[in-house]
Design a protein around this ligand. Structure first.
Ligand code: NDP
Ligand code: GDR
Length: 369
């Protein structure tokens, strides 16, 4: 039985990866942070009473800022594979917490690599580092001849998050070259799911779609509607992470869908799921979206109602305008093939948020009864 350690197991990707590795017969260990309120909702369904026999899922308290803790956990479980997914992952918030993000997202990666080296596990333990398309920064001149970012495109990060992650990228590559460690970067483009954090743009949109359709929210306030992202499904992307660590040779890979979509068009797709067609008018901070038609009798939205407005408070000091990745290498070398497209992703997210919103309304009604 292979043993895996996942940092960031309580996050979107960590939870899907834990499910995948358990299905594959791994013993899965994860690092969770001590918090004053519950932070394990995404993995609670995997929890097994630790008094049972053959427990193959275990959470350990820890933090990427604490080397002693990381060394102790890795020493105890001696993992075959470490997936370093832990990070302060919100780009806009990284402008408010730049030093903390450098410590967790940048130096945290070094702490994992060093722990493995200090413990003499360089030959045993394979390491996956969660690198990101934010490394590219969206500069037009850095795209390849086909108009995509690939494994050879130059980096130009545009946020404290991107700058911290570039350290994580290079220190992973350096440890691979310096100490012959099996350490790889997955340069993943945006990936979403019903488990996506609620302040990332896709989830914010699908939750608001559900709440507005059910009459529980008046208007959705967003930032830059002109940004373009290459969006995939997190379930597909964690499969790529696993494949990266199963190769004979340690290398870095871009994981992407190879298509880019405006934030505005994600909003359109999301509202279309509840039968609402939107009309966008105005520009920049004066842009709004009104209901043009509503074909679903369950969601009676008034024609002309303004459901989206721009709030410049959500603009970033420096923005990444456009991201589009070239998945050729991952498709040919890893045999990676995504099962979801954008339409399927939006459908699943809106359906899940509608269900969640209805559950919430029903429980409120029960309390009132
Ligand atoms: P999430 O924000 O959903 O999850 C982040 C995880 O990291 C959570 O489990 C969080 O714990 C944990 N974490 C935060 N700070 C620390 C810390 N100091 N010590 C230990 N753990 C910590 O992110 P995703 O699942 O979306 O992303 C996973 C990784 O992939 C991240 O590194 C992200 O930067 C990267 N990435 C994500 C992409 C995406 O589109 N989703 C694309 C490319 C890269 P808690 O639950 O307690 O907050
Ligand atoms: P991103 O994701 O910054 O690409 O980072 P996010 O969903 O936050 O933003 C995508 C784009 O949408 C624009 N936007 C808004 N974003 C948020 N969060 N809220 C808004 O109201 C809003 N309005 C418009 C943003 O300006 C941006 O252009 C994600 C994270 O998961 C990172 O950890 C990961 O590394 C990258 O994807 C790849």
């Amino acid at each position: 039985m292979k043993i895996a350690l996942i940092t960031g197991i309580t996050g979107q990707d960590g939870s899907y990866l834990a499910e995948l590795l358990l299905e594959k017969g791994y013993e899965v260990h994860g690092i969770k942070r001590r918090s004053s309120s519950f932070n394990t909702q995404r993995v609670d369904h995997l929890y097994i009473d630790q008094h049972e026999n053959n427990v193959n899922f275990k959470l350990h308290y820890g933090d990427l800022t604490d080397s002693t803790n990381l060394i102790r956990i890795i020493q105890e479980i001696k993992p075959d594979e470490i997936y370093n997914l832990g990070a302060m992952s919100h780009v806009k918030v990284s402008f408010d917490l730049p030093e903390y993000v450098a410590n967790v997202d940048g130096v945290g990666t070094l702490r994992i690599l060093e722990a493995v080296r200090i413990l003499g596990l360089e030959k045993k333990t394979r390491i996956y580092q969660a690198s990101t398309s934010e490394l590219y920064g969206g500069l037009e001149e850095n795209k390849n001849e086909k108009g995509f970012y690939d494994e050879n495109s130059p980096f130009y990060p545009r946020s404290p998050y991107g700058v911290a992650k570039i350290y994580g990228f290079w220190i992973t590559k350096n440890y691979r070259e310096a100490y012959n460690m099996f350490a790889c970067n997955g340069i993943l483009f945006n990936h979403e799911s019903p488990r996506r954090g609620e302040t990332f743009v896709t989830r914010k949109i699908t939750m608001a779609t559900a709440a507005i359709a059910l009459g529980k929210q008046d208007c959705l306030y967003l930032g830059n509607l002109d940004a373009q992202r290459d969006w995939g499904h997190a379930k597909d992307y964690v499969e790529a992470m696993w494949r990266i660590l199963q190769q004979d040779v340690a290398e870095d890979y871009v994981i992407a869908m190879g298509e880019t979509t405006y934030v505005r068009d994600f909003v359109r797709l999301s509202f279309a799921e509840v039968g609402v067609e939107l009309e966008f008018i105005g520009k920049d901070e004066n842009e709004i979206a009104k209901v043009k038609s509503c074909s679903n009798p369950d969601y009676q939205l008034e024609i002309g109602k303004v459901v989206v407005k721009v709030d410049p408070a959500y603009y970033r000091p420096t923005e990444v305008d456009l991201l589009i990745g070239d998945p050729t290498k991952s498709k040919t070398k890893l045999g990676w093939k995504p099962k979801y497209d954008l339409a399927g992703l939006v459908k699943e997210m809106v359906a899940s948020d509608l269900e969640g919103a209805k559950r919430h309304i029903n429980s409120q009604l029960e309390h009132q009864a």
